[in-house]
Design a protein around this ligand. Structure first.
Ligand code: XBP
Ligand code: MG
Length: 253
């Protein structure tokens, strides 16, 4: 195995728990703006999350839950407009500090930078959402920590397709075995494994029952020195919180 050179992070569910109290709320606010009574409850949203991408998710919702909806002539642009409104609500929520980073994320990113590891992002969410999250949690300058921010419609096929990870690898001119991915969901790991990346999973409420076959390790969180992770599956090799030494050991193992 070559030396580890870069860490590639998913955003939603991995860097922060954005879905239930962020994206879901923003979708509902956009529906209300449009005079629609659509309510994406916490329960329905679990099913909707099987589809990645907000626009794709709205289309899936209409097909499955609102077959009687009187569709406008240009449904694609109707959805795209509603998605723009959703993005505005979502970035507004982030600007008000609604969503913190998950435990250990900031520490791990700082340690990676100190140790000269390269950083990238591979996500299906809209680029503005990534900037807003980074800016309002780590500060404006944190955008520059990431050599590549691969996001949203930059590739035609979203996760579970491997395209977004392959795009990030290509931009960094690195091979999959020089990198490791960080994910939280079934669609995410299908994408990272599809790009031949070893993958560290942290679960959340929506993804705790997903199938993570092929993961290098599955943890409940990265943890902190005084607040260890729990191992769901895999070998933590004696570590009790995720630091770069452990990431390197997992990558080499
Ligand atoms: C994240 C997504 C995104 C967000 C919503 O998946 O699927 O669609 O839910 O963001 P992953 P947008 O963590 O696997 O990348 O509305 O901007 O698409
Ligand atoms: Mg995710």
């Amino acid at each position: 195995m070559p030396e580890l050179k870069a860490l590639i992070f998913d955003v939603d569910g991995t860097l922060a728990d954005t879905e239930r109290d962020g994206h879901r709320i923003a979708f509902n606010l956009a529906f209300a703006d449009a005079g629609l009574d659509w309510d994406w409850t916490v329960e329905i949203y679990e099913d909707l999350l099987t589809v990645t991408g907000g626009k794709e998710r709205m289309q899936y919702f209409l097909d499955k839950y609102k077959p009687q909806f009187n569709q406008p002539e240009n449904l694609k642009s109707y959805i795209a407009d509603m998605h723009k409104a959703k993005t505005a609500h979502y970035t507004d929520l982030l600007s008000r500090g609604a969503i913190p980073l998950r435990p250990g994320v900031e520490r791990l990113l700082n340690e990676a930078r100190e140790k000269g590891l390269r950083l990238a992002i591979a996500t299906t969410t809209t680029p503005e959402n990534v900037s807003a999250l980074l800016e309002h949690t780590l500060g404006k300058e944190s955008m520059d920590w990431f050599e590549v921010i691969a996001a949203g419609d930059i590739v035609p096929a979203k996760k579970p397709a491997a395209d977004i990870y392959n795009f990030a690898l290509e931009k960094m001119a690195l091979t999959a075995d020089e990198c490791i991915a960080f994910e939280d969901s079934r669609n995410g790991i299908l994408s990272s494994l599809g790009a031949n990346l070893k993958t560290i999973i942290t679960i959340n409420d929506y993804t705790k029952d997903h199938d993570f076959t092929g993961a290098t390790i599955v943890l409940d969180q990265y943890g902190e020195p005084d607040s260890p992770f729990s191992v769901i599956a895999g070998d933590a090799q004696g570590f009790n919180y995720l630091n770069i030494e452990m990431v390197k050991a997992l990558h080499a193992g």
